[in-house]
Design a protein around this ligand. Structure first.
Ligand code: UDP
Length: 239
């Protein structure tokens, strides 16, 4: 059983396209209920949230905004999501802190300081990391491995939209795609599997942090993945 986990939520995982909602508040409420039961098990929870439901630096660059600026807009998008999650969690009476890698007005959220994050986690508070790594040219997957390393998380739970693990080819295109229950980072890198970006994979490998891939859209997925109760793939350094 994990003691401290970091959950990576993609921005797109928060959206509800059929209702044209950038943030599906009902879904946030569902996450909050599951987190409550995880916290009750005395598991500490940190979250890195993406921003893809609002903005992606690479797509904006194609429309003429310089990449560095486009990426800062993306980091602000992650901060908007972090604040929305915080409200959703507080509604469920969970104590939750938003710590940002970017300097923000303290009325908006707190600045990330490692000791502060550890203190909050030890108090049983949920810590949401906003602003990604705080630098352009990175993704929030890399931020997840960076923060998991900094806070000494046992594992990163990386929820995907409608994919329940790592396959040797795209299961949406190839009916015979083979799924891995466990796979090493080396294999993910050499096979060039597109499950997470290469910077994130090599950092997780160097810091020996397992990454668990599962389908975030399955009912109660966060709770179930902790209980080993839904299909998933563990990416690990252990053979
Ligand atoms: N971003 C960045 N540096 C980081 C993390 C994110 O510049 O450390 C920017 C980048 O433009 C990215 C956007 O924020 O496209 C949203 O993050 P991401 O694409 O990782 O979100 P997700 O796909 O998880 O929703």
């Amino acid at each position: 059983m994990y003691k401290r986990i970091l959950i990576k939520l993609s921005g797109e995982g928060l959206a509800n396209k059929s209702k044209s909602l950038a943030i599906d508040y009902e879904l946030v409420q569902k996450f909050a209920k599951q987190l409550k039961s995880i916290i009750n098990k005395k598991i500490q929870v940190a979250i890195v949230i993406g921003g893809g439901n609002f903005w992606r630096g690479t797509s904006a660059e194609k429309n003429g905004i310089p990449r560095v600026r486009a990426d800062y807009i993306g980091m602000l998008a992650t901060t908007m999501n972090a604040l929305a999650l915080q409200s959703g969690f507080e509604k469920e009476k969970l104590t939750c802190r938003v710590l940002s890698s970017l300097s923000m007005d303290p009325k908006v959220c707190e600045e990330y300081i490692n000791e502060k994050a550890i203190k909050y986690l030890n108090n049983g508070e949920i810590v949401i990391f906003a602003g990604g790594t705080g630098r352009p040219f990175f993704t929030t997957d890399t931020a997840a491995t960076l923060f998991a390393s900094e806070i000494g998380a046992d594992a990163i739970l990386m929820g995907k939209n409608n994919v329940d693990g790592v396959y040797d080819s795209d299961p949406k295109l190839n009916k015979n795609a083979k799924k891995f229950h466990k796979i090493t980072f080396d294999e993910v890198l050499t096979r060039n599997l597109k499950v997470l970006d290469q910077t994130a994979a090599s950092m997780a490998k160097d810091n020996k942090i397992d990454i668990v891939i599962f389908n975030i859209l399955e009912d109660d997925s966060l709770k179930k993945v902790i209980e080993n109760d839904i299909p998933h793939t563990v990416i690990t350094t252990k053979e």
